[in-house]
Design a binder for this molecule. Structure first.
Ligand code: NAD
Length: 475
């Protein structure tokens, strides 16, 4: 959408009811310009050098998030339609990301050593400068803080552009950051859609962009960043496969994979969307899915027992329904995939679908549907499992369920995915990096590696003039 046609306000909507939640003015290009210049100025030497201050601030922010859990959970449920239990998990994980990175703000890394001519070298990491964070709506607080907390720990300044749908909860989280002590202007909210994000990326004060969202938009952002020779961290779409071997705990694998397929009603990059099952266990797995999938509770997200809330919008509902129509034509939808309207709702709800007889080349297997749709495919051997699992353009996550350590290591090593879980699914930790192979992205978020994404590397060289250079290399 061009700047001329993009709306001048954002209007978040409650996906459970379709009711508007408010109206927030979008930023103009000149406001983006002001924000970027102020952020660069705020970066100054104080924040860049004050590792203890950054640690204290991030820890205070974690505490404030925990103290405001109920309020934030209410906002998350209202703006995303995610079940209240999931919203609570999101707030807890977000506070944990801040707490972990509070410690990491004081981490001293780098390398030092003698060079062949006797000179001394130091490698130091410095904050990259002003970074733009562009965030999706599905896990708006965690996916923001997953990247923002390490970036602030590294000492950057930040412009945050949330998805329009989740502008309100993001604004509240940033207000809590200011209350915790993040200096004024160093962290600012940008409101709007594509044109606001693009104006921020293009701004000369901005040195890097951290984007989480669809592969299509990620490609555009990577190109825009490259044009200005800026760094881009791209966390994109996924098509997670769960690979179940008959020598493992097949029942646990089936239940965890089904649960993993309906997180945020399937609107999650790390969701398990494909279940690959060794042929000897296939019939049992399918029977279990047919029994269990209809028992998952689709309901009002504010109710404690709800496991699936609504899809985010009519457009997303239509997109997922279109994929289900294709699956009905060229595969078999064995259960679910129907519209349902829980009591007290008027939004966009679907029952979880299980699809079989599906060709690996079909759109149901190849595309990031972003809805509660799980395909089940049999395989006949270890190489067949690897071939099927790697046969999509995505490479974000995969899981291997087996009782054999050798097999887990062999299969895990052959999978093209940034994260491979063995006998588990959907486990993320601020300590460990995650990210995508292939069309699932570039770079890593979380862990030491996630902090390094927001730094520049400097070689400092200390000459010792009295030492002759033994190799006579140019200096
Ligand atoms: P999206 O790509 O449509 O939007 C993400 C963000 O980019 C929003 O803030 C949006 O306003 C902005 N945006 C949209 N078009 C833009 C453009 N042309 N230029 C600049 N900014 C633009 O994604 P979404 O619908 O909000 O989220 C769903 C997608 O995100 C799915 O594909 C999902 O797999 C992916 N996702 C990935 C991860 C991950 O960690 N890899 C996590 C969550 C979601």
């Amino acid at each position: 959408m061009s700047a001329d046609t993009e709306p001048t306000v954002v209007r978040p909507v409650d996906p459970t009811t379709g009711e508007p939640l408010g109206e927030i003015a979008a930023n103009t290009v000149s406001q983006v310009d002001d924000a970027a210049r102020l952020a660069e100025r705020a970066l100054g030497e104080g924040w860049r050098r004050d590792t203890r201050g950054r640690a204290t601030t991030l820890r205070a922010w974690a505490d404030l998030l925990r103290a405001h859990t109920d309020e934030l959970v209410g906002s998350l449920v209202g703006e995303t339609g995610k079940p209240v239990t999931e919203a609570r998990a999101e707030v807890a994980a977000s506070a944990d990301a801040l707490a972990y990175n509070a410690g990491m703000a004081r981490y001293v890394g780098g390398r030092a050593g003698a060079l062949p001519d006797g000179a001394q070298a130091h490698l130091v990491r410095e904050p990259v400068g002003v970074v733009v964070f562009i965030v999706p709506w599905n896990w708006p607080v965690l996916l923001l803080l997953r990247d923002l907390a390490p970036a602030l720990a590294a000492g950057v300044a930040a412009l945050v552009k949330p998805a329009p749908q989740t502008t309100l909860v993001t604004r509240r989280v940033l207000d809590l950051g200011a209350e915790a002590g993040v200096p004024k202007d160093l962290l600012q909210l940008l409101v709007g859609g594509a044109s606001v994000a693009q104006a921020a990326i293009a701004h000369p004060s901005v040195r890097a962009v951290a984007f989480t969202g669809s592969t299509t938009v990620g490609r555009e952002i990577g190109v825009a960043a490259a044009r200005g020779l800026k760094r881009s961290l791209l966390e994109l779409g996924g098509k997670g496969a769960s690979i179940v071997f008959a020598d493992g705990d097949v029942e646990a694998a089936t239940d965890a994979s089904l649960a993993g397929s309906v997180i945020t009603a399937g609107q999650m990059c790390m969701a398990c969307t494909r279940l690959l099952v060794e042929r000897s266990a296939y019939a049992d797995v399918l029977d279990r899915l047919k029994e269990r999938a209809p028992q998952l509770r689709v309901g009002h997200p504010a109710e404690e027992s709800t496991q699936l809330g609504p899809l985010i919008s009519q457009a997303q509902f239509d997109k997922v329904s279109g994929h289900l129509d294709v699956a009905r034509a060229d595969a078999t939808v064995v259960v679910g995939g129907e519209r349902t309207q829980p009591e007290g709702t008027s939004g966009w709800f679907l029952t979880p679908a299980v699809v079989t007889d599906v060709d690996v080349g079909s759109p149901t297997v190849q595309e990031d549907i972003f809805g509660p749709v799980l395909t089940v495919e049999p395989f006949d051997s270890d190489p067949d499992a690897v071939r099927l699992a790697n046969a999509t353009p995505y490479g974000l996550t995969a899981s291997v369920w087996t009782g054999s350590v050798d097999r887990a290591l062999r299969i895990g090593g052959a999978l093209q995915a940034g994260t491979v879980w063995v006998n588990g699914h959907n486990r993320s930790y601020p300590e460990m990096p995650s990210g995508g192979y292939k069309d699932s992205g570039i770079g890593r978020t979380r862990g030491v590696e996630g902090i390094e994404e927001f730094t520049e590397l400097k070689h400092m060289h200390f000459s010792l003039p009295d030492e002759p250079d033994p190799a006579g290399t140019p200096r």
